[in-house]
Write a protein that binds this ligand. Structure first.
Ligand code: NAI
Ligand code: F6P
Length: 382
């Protein structure tokens, strides 16, 4: 079996690429970072530091790499069995053109072996969105062939993988927590279901996607935003701050109440899931900066993402959302010199003020009670 994985970054090397390679699948990474590409092709292996009480270094072997903007992608897509991505939601549209050309070549060459494509991004049904971009870039004559031979499989991906420790000189080294969860929608595969240890199959993906994105990621983002406001540099320091922790836990519980209503999760199991997440944020072996976890605040404040979507759920079911409101207000205070979305947020706030800015980014009604509450909290935090 052969796989092409777009994005040799933290999740690519530290999680999805590792699982594929560990399963004995011949793995080629596609990326645009020349330093990483050269190192992968020179060494064909890299170290993964799995940190926890029993730390270990695992070596991923037998890998190679191609530039994602080259025609190598087209050739590979015509022949591989599985394509995965971990590039970031905003990059999916950019890689779709190459994927479309590869699918056309695959069809022209008469390769009718099933191909499955799985986007592993922090978004709801990211692969379905990638599929739409690919179909937009693919001549109509290939659409029926793609429907018949290519599975676009949605997934939920959970492992905290910050950039490697400052000070390492190895561009391939990656540090990961022990916990990991990769859940894929088994109803969307073409051909036989793959047997990849660490990949879980489900026919109820939406529940898992929302459980992960609107608990772990909701809590993580709010820890980052409140943590930065309180002057903490790392997620661990932030979550050990009792004031931050109370809001983070409260927000995950508010979001959880929506998930319990929507998907029928058992309340005590969901409470345990939240406690496990809090302990993951406290992980003393990971140095995870609040700036990384808060990255791209416009994406995180958009209608379908980890802050607004749970809040909309609380409105739907008439449930409390005071802590989520605090989290949204804190997100509007996120600052990062290195993050273009943080700069855009600052510019929007300066031009329009918090009420119109939040309405524009989130799609919430500017005159709604929830926007009024966020603006009060935002002003109080200032
Ligand atoms: N790091 C984490 O803890 C987790 C991240 N995720 C998700 O995984 C995705 C990737 O995140 P990270 O690995 O943290 O980011 P990252 O920034 O470490 O890796 C992204 C990689 O994509 C590459 N890339 C950019 N443009 C590309 C293109 N056109 N073609 C191919 N490669 C391209 C970058 O050079 C980089 O190596 C995101 O959607 C994120 O939300 C999900 C769960 C955990
Ligand atoms: O910020 P993004 O791009 O959504 O992805 C990183 C997030 O996903 C996570 O890896 C959780 O799976 C966290 O580390 C972080 O909150």
């Amino acid at each position: 079996m052969k796989a092409l994985h777009f994005g040799a970054g933290n999740i690519g090397r530290g999680f999805i690429g590792k699982l594929l390679a560990d399963a004995g699948i011949e793995l080629v990474f596609a990326d645009v970072n020349q330093v990483v590409l050269d190192a992968l092709n020179a060494r064909h292996e890299y170290p993964v530091h799995v940190v926890g009480e029993q730390a270990k270094v695992e070596i991923v072997t037998g890998v190679s790499a191609v530039n994602s903007t080259s025609d190598d992608i087209v050739t590979l897509i015509a022949e591989v069995d599985i394509v995965t991505t971990a590039v970031g939601p905003q990059i999916l549209e950019r890689i779709a053109g190459g994927v479309a050309k590869g699918l056309a070549k695959r069809s022209d060459s008469g390769n009718v072996r099933p191909l499955n494509i799985i986007a592993c991004e922090n978004m709801v049904r990211g692969t379905s969105q990638l599929k739409q971009h690919v179909l937009n870039a693919l001549p109509e004559q290939y659409h029926a062939w793609v429907e018949a031979h290519v599975g676009f499989v949605d997934s939920a991906v959970d492992r905290i993988v910050p950039p490697s420790e400052a000070g390492t000189t190895d561009p391939l080294e990656v540090t990961v927590e022990t916990f990991s969860e990769w859940i894929v929608d088994k109803t969307q595969f073409k051909g036989e279901l793959p047997n990849i240890p660490g990949m879980e199959l489900t026919d109820n993906l939406m529940a898992f996607v929302e459980r992960k994105l609107f608990t772990l990621n909701t809590g993580h983002a709010i820890t980052a935003y409140l943590g930065q406001l309180a002057g903490h540099a790392t997620i661990r320091d932030a979550i050990l701050d009792e004031k931050v922790r109370a809001v983070v836990q409260g927000a995950m519980q508010e979001s959880g109440a929506v998930l319990i209503k929507r998907y029928g999760f058992e309340a005590d199991k969901h409470a345990a899931y939240i406690q496990k997440i809090l302990s993951r944020f406290e992980n003393p072996y990971l140095k995870d900066d609040v700036e990384r976890v808060g990255r791209q605040p416009l994406r995180k404040l958009s209608a379908g993402d980890r802050l607004i979507k749970p809040t909309l759920g609380t409105l739907e079911y008439q449930l409390p959302h005071d802590n989520l409101v605090q989290g949204i207000a804190a997100a509007m205070h996120y600052r990062s010199e290195a993050d273009p979305q943080a700069q855009e947020l600052v510019a929007l706030l300066a031009e329009k003020g918090p009420q119109a800015t939040l309405a524009e980014i989130s799609g919430l009604d500017a005159d709604s009670e929830v926007v009024t509450s966020v603006v009060s909290a935002y002003n109080a935090m200032a």
